[in-house]
Design a protein around this ligand. Structure first.
Ligand SMILES: [Zn+2]
Length: 354
C-alpha cells in the first residue's frame, strides 16, 4: 500500500484541488483504515463551496460515504479487511457529559474532532474508530449506502418529533434531507405534503410516495396546505431546506403548522447569527413547539445509522431514486457546480466515486 493517497483539498477560493497527500494511518488499536468507494456531497458541504474560509484551507472535507476495510487495529472485532462498510462520520471528544451517554451529536467538540478524523471522505482513504463502521449487506450498493448519513439525519429529526401514524406532515425542501424525511414519514404511516421550488425534486418526491407536492414559488402553498390538512394546519412541519433560505422557510414552516403542532428544524443554519423574523406571538398563543434537530446518534439502544441501514436493506426506504449524478473524485469541482445548480441539472444526490 502506498504511503500517499489522493485527496481533494479546499483552496482559498473555496473550490477544490486534487493532490497527493500522506495517507492516513491507524492511530490506535481499535481503529480501522478503509478505502473510500463513494462519497456524497451534502448540503453542509455546499454551504462552503466557493467561500473563502482560511480555517478550511488545504483541509479535506466530506462525510457521507461507503468504503471497503483495508486494515484493522489488533483490538478490532466487528469488521475485517475486505468488508464493505458504511461509516458513521460523527465523532465527539469521548470525554464530555453528552459523549458519555452516546449523545455525541451534541458534543461541544464534535466539529473539531470529526473534521480531524472521520469527516474527510473526499479522499482515497479514511480512518475511524471501529464502532463507527457498519457492514453492508449484499443488497445495498455503495452508492445507496452513501445516503445513509442523510437518512440518519432525517430519522433523528423524526424521532424527536414524536411522529404518529396518520399525522398530517408538511415538508419544506425536496433535497436529499427532505426526500429522506418524506420516506421515513410515509414508512411510519403519515400523510405527507412536500414543498419545494425545483420541479424535478417535486417529481421525485411524488415517485417516492408524497401524497401531494407543491411548487412553493408558483402555487398558493398555504391554501394547498390548508386543504390537505382539512383547514387545521400540519401536525408536524419539517424545515428541510436550510441554509440561506431559512429566513423565508422557517416562518413559512410556522405558518403551515396547526395549533399545538410542532416545527422541526432539520435544515442547517449558516454560521453565526441568522436574523429571522417570526410571528412569536402566534407561536406562543398557538402553543407551537420549535424543535431543533442536529445530526444523529443513538435512539435508545440503537445507532440511528444502523436503523436506517436495516430500513434500506428491507426496502422500506429507497435511496436509488435519489441518486441523480456520479463523478470521479478528479471532477469534484464539476460535481459541486452540478449540485449547486440543481434547478437546471436536477441534482439530488451526487456520488463521487474513487
Ligand atoms: Zn463530547
Amino acid at each position: 500500500m502506498s504511503s500517499k493517497m489522493k485527496a481533494a483539498l479546499k483552496k482559498s477560493d473555496g473550490t477544490f484541488e486534487v493532490q497527493e497527500v500522506d495517507r492516513v494511518e491507524i492511530p490506535a488499536p481499535d481503529w480501522v483504515l478503509a478505502r473510500i468507494k463513494v462519497s456524497g456531497i451534502c448540503g453542509t458541504d455546499l454551504r462552503h463551496w466557493k467561500k473563502h474560509e482560511p480555517e478550511l484551507e488545504c483541509k479535506i472535507m466530506g462525510h457521507e460515504l461507503a468504503a471497503e476495510v483495508v486494515e484493522v487495529g489488533p483490538a478490532v472485532k466487528n469488521v475485517k479487511p475486505g468488508d464493505r462498510v458504511v461509516v458513521e462520520t460523527l465523532l465527539g471528544d469521548g470525554d464530555c457529559d453528552w459523549c458519555r451517554i452516546q449523545q455525541y451529536n451534541l458534543c461541544p467538540n464534535l466539529y473539531k474532532v470529526r473534521m480531524e478524523t472521520v469527516s474527510r471522505s473526499f479522499a482515497e482513504y479514511l480512518i475511524g474508530p471501529a464502532t463507527k463502521f457498519h457492514i453492508l449487506p449484499d443488497n445495498v450498493s455503495d452508492e445507496e449506502a452513501a445516503l445513509l448519513d442523510t437518512f440518519a439525519v432525517s430519522l433523528h429529526a423524526q424521532q424527536l418529533s414524536g411522529l404518529h401514524i396518520n399525522d398530517k406532515v408538511a415538508i419544506i425542501g425536496g433535497g436529499p434531507i427532505g426526500l429522506a424525511q418524506l420516506q421515513l414519514a410515509k414508512a411510519s404511516g403519515a400523510d405527507v405534503i412536500l414543498f419545494d421550488v425545483v420541479p424535478s425534486a417535486l417529481e421525485i418526491g411524488k415517485e417516492l410516495g408524497a401524497d401531494e407536492v407543491v411548487n412553493i414559488e408558483t402555487e398558493d402553498a398555504l391554501a394547498r396546505l390548508k386543504r390537505f390538512t382539512l383547514g387545521r394546519g400540519a401536525d408536524i412541519t419539517f424545515e428541510c431546506a436550510g441554509g440561506p433560505s431559512m429566513p423565508i422557510t422557517l416562518p413559512q414552516a410556522v405558518s403551515f403548522t396547526r395549533i399545538g403542532g410542532k416545527v422541526v428544524v432539520v435544515g442547517g443554519f449558516e454560521d453565526g447569527d441568522t436574523p429571522i423574523s417570526l410571528n412569536w406571538q402566534q407561536m406562543q398563543k398557538s402553543g407551537i413547539s420549535l424543535i431543533p434537530s442536529a445530526s444523529y446518534g443513538f435512539w435508545g439502544i440503537y445507532p440511528e445509522m444502523s436503523l436506517c441501514l436495516d430500513l434500506l436493506s428491507k426496502g422500506k426506504i429507497n435511496a436509488k431514486k435519489m441518486i441523480t449524478h456520479a463523478f470521479p473524485l478528479d471532477k469534484i469541482n464539476e460535481a459541486f457546480e452540478t449540485a449547486q445548480n440543481k434547478k437546471d441539472t436536477g441534482a439530488v444526490f451526487i456520488a463521487l466515486t474513487m
